[in-house]
Design a binder for this molecule. Structure first.
Ligand code: SF4
Ligand code: SF4
Length: 239
């Protein structure tokens, strides 16, 4: 019973979305566009995420797997590294106001390695507690407002992705989570991949990362629901 008493005496406090993502373990960070000083370091990147553009080394976040090779192994052109977790890219409007306090989410694993799914499932833990924001996971796409796809979309999962999308009521949004879902990631050249997701169904919101940390995912859901400034996010979180 010692561990139980210890746990009760040291309760875990639910995080707020204002939590600093510079704390260890909260966000892995990612490379930032960096002025080019010497020879271009594209060859360092295993996923060809680096491109030179007008004297700046730019990063294609849909391809970056956060391996840090460009940050550590090229002293002359070492890429800057930014902390943070607000990585969401929205290409469609947020959901209507009626969804401001209630959104149901169906997750489809379309060939995920397990890490993106794991980060999503962390959101339901007491630490992140997405339920307090009115977000709930649902087992059926017929009840879902948001379809979350992880993984590069394998041949065998293509039909499941299409069926889930067509079974959802409107209005609906599709969230592609992780580098695999956005570009195929490290699996892009595999014979068993038909993705990325945008080749199969329209994507409304992209969350890059390999995997994206839970706070990046929480940020994405909040944007879909219409809260997109730190103040708005903080207002909605009961601490
Ligand atoms: S962190 Fe790795 S994958 Fe990302 S741009 Fe740098 S080298 Fe490429
Ligand atoms: S993006 Fe990275 S963490 Fe997510 S499924 Fe692909 S390999 Fe795994």
């Amino acid at each position: 019973m010692l561990w139980l008493r210890k746990g009760l005496n040291q309760p875990m406090k639910t995080l707020t979305t204002k939590l600093s993502s510079t704390l260890p373990g909260v966000s892995p960070g990612r490379p930032a566009p960096t002025p080019l000083k010497d020879a271009p370091p594209e060859t360092i990147c295993p996923t060809q995420a680096l491109r030179e553009h007008e004297g700046v080394m730019d990063v294609d976040y849909a391809r970056c797997i956060h391996c840090r090779l460009c940050h550590q192994q090229n002293a002359k052109n070492q890429m800057a590294w930014e902390e943070g977790h607000q990585w969401t890219q929205m290409t469609s409007p947020k959901l209507p106001d009626a969804f401001h306090h209630s959104v149901h989410v169906r997750i489809v694993d379309a060939g995920d390695c397990g890490a993106c799914l794991n980060e999503l499932h962390q959101l339901a833990s007491p630490v992140y507690s997405l339920h307090r924001l009115g977000i709930a996971f649902t087992p059926t796409p017929r009840d879902a407002d948001v379809l979350v796809i992880t993984g590069p979309v394998t041949v065998s999962m293509k039909e499941a992705v299409e069926e889930a999308y067509h079974a959802m009521p409107s209005p609906k949004r599709v969230m592609a989570v992780g580098t695999c879902a956005l570009s195929g990631g490290i699996f892009a050249s595999s014979f068993s991949i038909v993705g990325p997701v945008e080749r199969i169904i329209p994507v409304d919101i992209a969350v890059p990362g390999c995997p994206p940390p839970p706070l990046a995912l929480l940020d994405a859901f909040q944007r879909l629901m219409g809260a997109h400034s730190e103040e708005q996010l903080a207002e909605r979180v009961r601490t």
